[in-house]
Write a protein that binds this ligand. Sequence first.
Ligand SMILES: CC(C)(COP(=O)(O)OP(=O)(O)OC[C@H]1O[C@@H](n2cnc3c(N)ncnc32)[C@H](O)[C@@H]1OP(=O)(O)O)[C@@H](O)C(=O)NCCC(=O)NCCS
Length: 385
Amino acid sequence: MTELRVVDVTEEQLDSVWRVRIRSFGPGGDRDEWKKNARAFIADRRILGVVDGDELIAAARIWPFEQWWNGRSVPMGGVAGVVVAPEYRGRGVGSLMMRGVLQRCVEKGYPLTALYPATTVLYRHLGYEFGGGQYKFSLQAADLRTLGGSGTAVRRATVEDVDRLLELATASNAAKRTSGPLIWPRTEILSWLEDEDTFAYVAEDGFVVYRWSDGDLVVDELVAGSETTARALWATVGSGSSIATTVQAYCAPFDPIHLLAEHEAQGDARIVRWMLRLVDAPAALAARGYPAGAVLDLDLRIDDPELPANSGDWHLSIADGSAQLTQAEPSDGALRLGPRGLAGLYAGTPVAALRGAGLISGAGAADAALDAVFGGQTPYMLDYF
Ligand SMILES: CC(C)(COP(=O)(O)OP(=O)(O)OC[C@H]1O[C@@H](n2cnc3c(N)ncnc32)[C@H](O)[C@@H]1OP(=O)(O)O)[C@@H](O)C(=O)NCCC(=O)NCCS
């Protein structure tokens, strides 16, 4: 083994990345389609690899997402396709590459990064912690069919509607002060609208995107600005009930559909959890939203060996829905935390749980205020990446 290096993956290395992917995730997918998508990542320096001499032995890519946090969107690097060739595993190659990924997130100016972990160990070592989940519920198609809303105009969406869908999703996430959902790059949304196996319908103040999967219908996203629109869009999906018994829906655990459908939705056995990390603590805290009226003034001591710019003594001041993290003098009363505690706090994990797991310490009197500032709606994502 020569000295291993983190590199930007080139067009010539894509076949090697594909080979490692198949050995990591199993066969499947369309190689040419995958290569076409990968080129966009190459062009934007968002696909990294590790080489041993000339041989590419690991790869990972970074999606340029925005993620909603209490109704404000924050740039987030979504890490995906983390793969190491089997013969190189267990020797620190994954960690080396993920350090390169974190540095690239710094360079790209993403204050946050998130990922779906196949194993938490690697990512926890690098400062990621659980941020939220992707929830899938099974609804009865027949229930949805009879939800009504027939007075609401619903039409098939086309590629011309891409900006309208983005506007509607933005307005909905801002108004509902959601935490967790993603904004995908516009080109991805266009490709879904172009895909004949994905169905999109739009109303005045909402839309639905759904498809077939193994005889069930699957709702990938449903946005509704009013009860009548929610009824009309769910009923559009439910109109398939003569063929599909079940509609699987990716939605928030507190989505209004749980209050509208006659039969209780079955939560699927597994909530797929995603992990979060703050790349740039001052920027991440300043960019997100906070509950109106929440007030906090607290000294922090952050210890972040992987991203030392986050380390040090800080003062966190939150008022009028916005936050500032400024450098401060050391304080004995400071809340002490590392990147995992910071990620958990940011995601609204109850402070008692973070203390219980040893992820934060100190400043015990501030717990109720911290929960009020960072807690709130359960963070969720609709999409896997
Ligand atoms: C997961 C994967 C990327 C790890 O790569 P790697 O080069 O073996 O990782 P490292 O050697 O840097 O290991 C870092 C830490 O993670 C741990 N780790 C690695 N793989 C693990 C696994 N499968 N289960 C539990 N822990 C694991 C290591 O033990 C090490 O922790 P330690 O220092 O406390 O011992 C690699 O096994 C792989 O490609 N797997 C198949 C694809 C996959 O699952 N990708 C992840 C998608 S999110």
